[in-house]
Design a binder for this molecule. Structure first.
Ligand SMILES: Cc1cc2nc3c(=O)[nH]c(=O)nc-3n(C[C@H](O)[C@H](O)[C@H](O)COP(=O)(O)OP(=O)(O)OC[C@H]3O[C@@H](n4cnc5c(N)ncnc54)[C@H](O)[C@@H]3O)c2cc1C
Ligand code: SF4
Length: 508
């Protein structure tokens, strides 16, 4: 495996919970805000409600070799050992039969691999009202202990369930999360330290570097990090013969002979390698059409019953419940993750409160236990106007990736309808979600990129087979979002993982 592979710094004081981490460290300010206060979110920022802490900087650091320009899209790429999911929130959604429309295989061909991945990485969840939108599979662990606010929301749902289901098509239940509720191998179960955002010190919250470490213990696995792959070379029969890579330690470029190549660099970076290879060989500049991402809307809310209550910091920090607003066609349903506020840095939130600092902090302390956020996902479909291409970078002799995205004309109406329903649902649950605080995140912010060389039953260039084998290069496979023909309103990583295992079993 060739990888840039930036490494995670060791988490400090592994036994500390969030509160003691603030007092027990030599320099807590540096840990939480950065040496140069680079993690501070100042007034006037885009209302993103939280920023990435300094301990996650390694996830988003880019080597100088990767250049891009984007229109209508805010791309995030990672060159970390483990990739973007070193910073994920662990939400695991299996797709349903109908959501695999366009995939050249039925749900039953993917189902065993959801179970296999769940057994390997550990996913906590249960059978509840959401099971009809998130099919059940084997390998689920019992859910984590609920935080108080999530428990209040679920109790309110149980009381009004019939009305919420029938009038609004809304269903609530436990989110499925890649977090251990019991020990698995060397990894210990979650002990509710409340520091998930800064990096789980016990690996109870799964990240792909856990699997990478497992692979590295295997005698047949060789891992070469600090290596940036720019392109591949191929022969006249369309067979890849060598990879061209640059060592980020020495700056030297070398070529590596290959038998089969599996690209798993993330949809954007895999596209850059693919396009660059064709451009270097033939001078041809192709477009990879059909780029997809989930539009996300953040809807903050206040639970009126919890104003003035105390919050308990020793809780799992991310979402514990999820909701679905069902549509007639499941692929158009809207799915959201509900995060109640527990441990957090308060500075991104307090400046938005329309009082002076002292009053703002007082208000926040009384409101904290009552605050929450729904992160709503919308589906996307492949459209020709959304594409990836290469262009010359005027500042260097290199090429850069061009990312072009334009939402479809029905998007604004879909968002309006779903957010109105969500506000009514939250009101029925005893919560106020002010319209003025809703935030439509820029396209690209969900980091669920997919669709540029889709799996297809029809043989055509710039597509791949059901085994994710390229139809342009016979010994090339993709195991990231590149091959997805459609993107339901669900976080896609669990399906990326299940599909990668399916490909490994089917093609190798
Ligand atoms: C804050 C955040 C929260 C998220 N939460 C969720 C969630 O709850 N649920 C969910 O399903 N998804 C979530 N995601 C999305 C999830 O992280 C991605 O879908 C997933 O990481 C994609 O995996 P990937 O392996 O395809 O690519 P990546 O994660 O992008 O990994 C790419 C890998 O390839 C390597 N690489 C790239 N280019 C090169 C090159 N040229 N040469 C050598 N190596 C290279 C990189 O070093 C990296 O290891 C979240 C993402 C973020 C940022
Ligand atoms: S998952 Fe979060 S709450 Fe659980 S042990 Fe890790 S940091 Fe603590």
């Amino acid at each position: 495996m060739l990888d840039v592979g930036h490494k995670r710094p060791e988490p400090p004081n592994p036994g500390d919970d969030f509160t003691s981490l603030k007092t027990n460290q030599k320099d807590p300010v540096e840990y939480f805000l950065g040496r140069k206060f680079e993690a501070l979110i100042l007034p006037g920022h885009e209302p993103e409600y939280y920023g990435f802490p300094p301990s996650k900087e390694y996830v988003f650091t880019k080597p100088g070799n990767f250049l891009y320009r984007a229109n209508g899209f805010s791309p995030l790429v990672s060159f970390a050992a483990g990739g973007l999911a070193e910073a994920w929130t662990g939400g695991c959604y299996p797709f349903q039969e109908r959501e695999l429309i366009g995939f050249p295989f039925p749900y039953k061909d993917l189902a065993p691999w959801y179970s296999e991945v769940a057994r390997r990485i550990g996913i906590a969840g249960t059978q509840d009202d959401l099971a009809k939108f998130m099919p059940l599979h084997d390998g689920l662990m019992e859910p984590l202990d609920l935080d108080e606010h999530s428990a209040v929301l679920l109790a309110a749902y149980e009381k009004r369930k019939q009305q919420l289901n029938e009038k609004f098509g809304c269903f609530l239940g436990r989110s499925r999360v890649a977090v251990l509720s019991r020990d698995l191998g060397n990894r210990k179960r979650c002990d509710y330290l409340g520091r998930c955002l800064w990096g789980c010190p016990s690996d109870a919250l799964y990240t792909p570097s856990v699997t990478l470490e497992e692979c590295r213990r295997h005698p047949n696995f060789e891992y070469q990090d600090n290596t940036y792959v720019s392109h591949f070379r191929y022969d006249s029969g369309g067979r890849i013969t060598r990879l061209v890579a640059t060592s980020l330690d020495t700056g030297q470029t070398h070529e590596i002979e290959v038998g089969r190549v599996v690209l798993a660099a993330g949809t954007l970076s895999s596209a850059k390698i693919f396009l660059e290879s064709i451009y270097r060989d033939s001078g041809e500049s192709l477009q990879l059409r059909g780029l997809m991402d989930n539009r996300q809307v953040l809807a903050p809310f206040v639970n009126l019953k919890l104003i003035g209550r105390r919050y308990e910091p020793k809780r799992y920090q991310y979402h514990q419940i999820a909701l679905t607003i069902a549509a007639a066609d499941p692929i158009e349903s809207v799915h959201g993750l509900v995060t109640t506020l527990k441990t957090a840095l308060i500075h991104p939130i307090v400046p938005g409160i329309p009082f002076d600092l002292g009053t703002g902090v007082y208000w926040f302390r009384n409101m904290r236990a009552a605050l929450g956020l729904v992160n709503v996902n919308f589906s996307d479909h492949r459209r020709d106007e959304n594409y990836l291409a290469l262009e010359a970078d005027p500042a260097s002799a290199q090429t850069r990736l061009l990312v072009n995205y334009r939402p479809d004309s029905s998007e604004a109406a879909r968002i309006r309808e779903a957010t109105r329903t969500l506000q009514k649902v939250l009101w029925k649950l005893g919560c106020l979600a002010p319209s003025a605080m809703m935030h439509i995140r820029p396209m690209g912010a969900s980091v669920h990129y997919a669709g540029t060389i889709p799996m297809s039953a029809d043989s055509a260039t710039l597509t791949c087979t059901r085994s994710c084998q390229s139809r342009d290069f016979e010994n090339l496979y993709f195991v990231d979002g590149t091959t997805f023909p459609v993107l339901p309103a669900k976080n896609l990583t669990f399906t990326l993982m299940a599909n990668a295992v399916r490909v490994a079993e089917e093609a190798f």
